[in-house]
Design a protein around this ligand. Sequence first.
Ligand SMILES: Nc1ncnc2c1ncn2[C@@H]1O[C@H](COP(=O)(O)OP(=O)(O)O)[C@@H](O)[C@H]1O
Ligand SMILES: [Mg+2]
Length: 587
Amino acid sequence: MADPTEERAKSKRVGALRGLWPFIRPYSPMVVLALVALVVTASVSLVMPMAVRRVVDGFGTGDLSLLDQYFGAALGVAVLLAIGTGVRYYFVTRLGERVVADIRRALFDRAVGMSPAYFEKLMTGEVLSRITTDTTLILSVLGSSVSVALRNVLMLVGGLILLALTSWKLTGLVLLIVPAIIVPIVVLGRKLRELGRENQDWIANSSGKASEALSAVQTVQAFTHESLTRADFGDLTEKSFISAQKRIGTRSAMTVIVIFLAFSGVVGVLWLGARDVQAGVMSPGSLVQFLIYAVMVAGAVGALSEIWGELQRAAGATERLVEMLQATDTVQDPPKPIALPRPIRGEIIFHDVAFNYPSRPGHRALNGISLTIAPGETVALVGPSGAGKSTILQLLMRFYDPQSGAITFDGVDLRDMTRADFRSAMALVPQDPVIFAASARENIRFGRPEASDAEVEAAAMAAAAHDFITALPEGYTTYLGERGVMLSGGQKQRIAIARAILRDAKVLLLDEATSALDAESERLVQVAVEKLGQGRTLLVVAHRLATVKKADRIVVFDGGRIIAQGTHESLVAEGGLYAHLSELQFV
Ligand SMILES: Nc1ncnc2c1ncn2[C@@H]1O[C@H](COP(=O)(O)OP(=O)(O)O)[C@@H](O)[C@H]1O
Ligand SMILES: [Mg+2]
């Protein structure tokens, strides 16, 4: 598998990294300490070659005590270098981890509060990549690359100055040679990266082909398609080999050119330097010192060119994170919210509501909906699939705002209250129930975190879930697994219903909550829901008319409109869509 961080888009604006500053600022003392350590170690490294020069030049004099002093000092320098590097590593890495932990939390906090429209624009997978992969990129930059880059900038600048101080003439020569070496590296390097990418693509193609064929191996064999599939895979593999071969050729040529240029440059400089030493213009120590600085500078250039790409990638990541942190939600709590009046009655009114999902601007999911639901009433929403029933519940939860019209809860427009306020008066059993990777008990308690074990069990009993839960290997403490893999569809629904029952809310919304139940469980749940409906407002979306018949009122939807409402008997007598639907089910 390719490293996922490789695939994230880069940014040309490395300055985008500035967006990280608000997260770093709280830790500026740590930044200062890391910087001090950085400067100290860089300076120490830069001083070393001068000491070497003195030692080398001291060889001729035969002064032993001076030699001892130098080596004693060198030991001190080693200690300083060791401690400085350790301190730098500690603070820089810690800072990186701390800042990234903060960023991850900030991103998640933001994402978990966003309304569904946000996740339609930005796929959930992308949001996850931002929280994981992008922050990892930033970690690598903050936790090492930035300090490596700074260190190398210091080494480059300091090294160049000291080179010049060591020998003007030789430095001038080096500066002439360097571009001659850099240009082919840059040109061939670009070509090489291109070929590398091409090669990666072919490899990805061939592994995609392989996984497709192998996961469908029975179909391949059943249709005696093996030889063709083999040929396909072989073809892709050869193509990736050919592109690898091109890359290898370019790389070899580049190696020849670069090694030749670099070494002849070094030889040329050394030759001139050696002549100067021979002529007594330069001391042997100075030549050694010069060489060491030259190596340092070359190393710094190399390191910086490698880090550049990483900085660009992290800048891209930063742009995406900042964008996500600053994104405005289409649904927002008002600045001065009105509190939901207490005691809560549970009256819901749709005033001429029209709505389309943001991802389908031309398609009215609801049109001209006016509907009054009295406190304590049980209303069934029926109609063909796609009629807009679930959408009614979505709007009622204020996951979206209608384009026109208004929805009021106990007389207050939903947009004038905080969402947490009125949502706490509602309990939703969604169309596809969600089971969290936790125990059965925790899954039900999700509805009301402070509920006691006895309350959880009572809710489970009411939802006809108690029996199957106690039959699980560890009863209520059984871990239900990722997405509830251990449960059948009907069992998941009953857990979700228990969760909603436990919430003990004034308004209960059931979206085809019993669709996956067998007849017996449905009857049990039905009884529970009926009991629960007493004193509560109940909105039930249902396909099965057995569920629907008992409602106080039935509202029939079609194509985003309400086409009829009344009791089972009156609607059957009317002979419209409802009569047709009920005929299909009962006859
Ligand atoms: N998230 C969404 N984005 C775009 N269109 C949607 C979305 N959810 C539902 N729709 C569309 O809105 C209409 C009403 O859907 P819905 O309320 O889910 O119907 P149902 O009555 O089956 O519950 C359908 O045409 C459906 O395709
Ligand atoms: Mg639906």
